[in-house]
Design a protein around this ligand. Sequence first.
Ligand code: 5RP
Length: 226
Amino acid sequence: MASIEQDALKAMVGQAALQYVVPGEIVGVGTGSTVNKFIEALASMKDRIRGAVSSSVASTERLRALGIPVFDANEVDALAVYIDGADEIDGRGHMVKGGGAALTREKIVAAQSRRFVCIADASKLVQALGKFPLPVEVIPMATRRIARQFAALGGTATLRLKDGQPLVTDNGQHILDVTGLSIADPLGFESDVNQWPGVVTVGVFAHQKAAVCLLGTPEGVRTLEF
Ligand code: 5RP
């Protein structure tokens, strides 16, 4: 559970992200506790945007509850900006994402956006990706084989559970969380793992990396540009 301090940092970057929202346009919205703060802040300017494309059922429900129209990704050609959190971000804007199991839709919305603005508290900034268990969305029948492929790389893959049962994503698939990996080449790693049969999406965001990160620190918002 997040501490009160961490919660305040998330609220601070959620608010700061409003400066990247383009009036009159549709904004891409990610998923997670930091994005929930952004969604709350976005409600204050809902009359100045057309609406949002959302990366999860959970964010869609929050947006609609606050009166922000949500468009299907297929209704929109391109988005000016995508605002989302991260589980880890390195000094080049590469991220690990998927702690909230929304990584596939997050990557889709990020791919249709011109600019990825990452919002995170300072604990998410890392030297190298790989400490946070890497989420991978998988087709259920391939789970064991993919786990063996990660074992061959020195990783340990664990099926994510919810209420004692395999967690089912918004796309009807499962999540493996992989520990023990060292991800020295995020671009190459993402490309390789995405080719494995049965992998829907690997939670490394190197091809869809952040352009900007608003990092919440006790001294204020630090802006990193990549
Ligand atoms: C969801 C994600 C989130 O962006 C990531 O897990 C960070 O979440 P939080 O803001 O709650 O720390 O990738 O799939």
